[in-house]
Design a binder for this molecule. Structure first.
Ligand SMILES: *Cc1c(COP(=O)(O)O)cnc(C)c1O
Length: 382
């Protein structure tokens, strides 16, 4: 018997680093401590430079987390009390929260049933119905909407300020270009479990627009115009030095980490192709290069319940990203009542059907084989 045989697989683990990575980080921390560089300083400037180079966006700004990044971007766009902002019904709750936290009114708009992203027709309809000041387009799962470019153009033509929540799409490409390149303004999260994760909470904002970036800069640092002058009421949302160091080191390996995730996604898709009637793979169209943030399948809800039990029994981690639509959250109810929603039931159906198999950087062939054999066994036994 193969003593390397795998008997359990986590949904994700953060503990798969390149040889020498941890030592390099710890040495860097030592240097920062010796120089008492804790917030700001050259390490943050280095990170922002690296982010600009990687994303090919003119301006990049580190901040405290991905939720703050959304709030700061909304404020920089001039979104404030009473403004309507469209958010997808299928996203992480932070997208919704960010709108409320800047005093604006969120309106949930359903997503396409097959892609879990906004499609142009629904977006058009929503703009027509609600005449919003702004909208947050979310690139979920490390995919993007196939209609990203036409939605951007439509928003521009109709004076809807379009913010893109890229917390899950760092490294995604659209028609060969970085996903953030064509955005008016975009944000990301460096929460440790994201594709580019930090050693703690962190986030960033990207834009090619100089005046927007100037506003963001001011907003993340107490609205400061100089050390003791405050031109706006902002936040303290500065990025930490240790997180910046960790991100600089991680970025050096991103071109190996993303392919290792994509190997998992491709292997699942390929091996499970004959079972697609039961376990339907959800992949972005060819125009979009995914980043392998997660593997996504849809399965009939009754079957999913049984499949989940099998995965639990066999020690395999899984996700259901996300188990509820935004408009179905009790915290959303007062806002939905006040502002409305556009709901075809797709977000809810997706939340009941979605299943994510283990996917993380440097997942091994043995871990994939075990997950796949349990999955095939389950389907063959139906
Ligand atoms: C993770 C995530 C966020 C929030 O990021 P934090 O860094 O955890 O604040 C926002 N939007 C989406 C889509 C996310 O996945």
């Amino acid at each position: 018997m193969n003593d390397k045989a795998v008997k359990s697989v986590p949904f994700i683990t953060l503990n798969r680093f390149e040889p020498g990575f941890k030592d390099e980080f710890l040495n860097g921390v030592k240097h920062l401590v010796e120089n008492t560089q804790f917030v700001g300083g050259p390490i943050v400037a280095e990170l922002e430079g690296n982010l600009k180079t990687y994303t090919k966006v003119k301006y990049a700004l580190g901040c405290a987390n991905g939720t703050d990044a959304l709030q700061i971007a909304l404020r920089a766009l001039g979104v404030s009390r009473g403004d309507k902002v469209l958010v997808p019904d299928m996203t992480f709750w932070a997208t919704f929260e960010a709108v409320v936290n800047v005093g604006a009114n969120p309106v949930t708009i359903d997503v396409d049933q097959n892609t879990a992203h906004w499609d142009l027709n629904t977006f058009k309809k929503a703009v027509d119905m609600f005449k919003p000041k702004a909208a947050i387009m979310v690139h979920l799962y490390g995919h993007a909407s196939p209609d990203t470019e036409s939605i951007r153009q439509f928003a521009k033509d109709h004076n809807v300020l379009l913010l893109e929540d890229g917390a899950q799409c760092f490294g995604v490409k659209l028609n060969g270009k970085g996903i953030f390149e064509g955005a008016l303004i975009a944000t990301t999260s460096f929460y440790p479990a994201k594709v580019l994760g930090a050693s703690g909470d962190a986030g960033a904002i990207f834009t090619n627009d100089e005046s927007l970036m100037k506003n963001c800069h001011t907003l993340i640092n107490h609205g400061r115009t100089d050390h003791y002058s405050h031109g706006m009421v902002g936040w303290n949302s500065r990025i930490g030095a240790y997180e910046s160091l960790f991100l600089n080191l991680s970025l050096k390996h991103i071109d190996a980490r993303i392919p290792s995730r994509m190997m998992a996604v491709e292997t699942y898709t390929e091996v499970l192709r004959p079972y697609a009637e039961i376990l339907k793979p959800v992949r972005a169209p060819k125009s979009i290069e995914e980043n392998g943030y997660c593997s996504v399948f849809f399965m009939k809800p009754e079957l999913r319940t049984r499949f989940i039990q099998t995965l639990k029994d066999r020690g395999i981690g899984f996700g259901t990203i996300y188990p509820g639509a935004m408009s179905k959250q009790s915290g959303a109810l007062p806002y939905i009542k006040e502002n409305g929603l556009l709901d075809f039931g797709h977000g809810h159906l997706i939340s009941q059907s979605v299943i994510n198999l283990p996917c993380f950087q440097y997942i091994t062939k043995e871990e994939l084989d075990y997950t796949l054999s349990v999955t095939k066994e389950f389907i063959n036994g139906l």
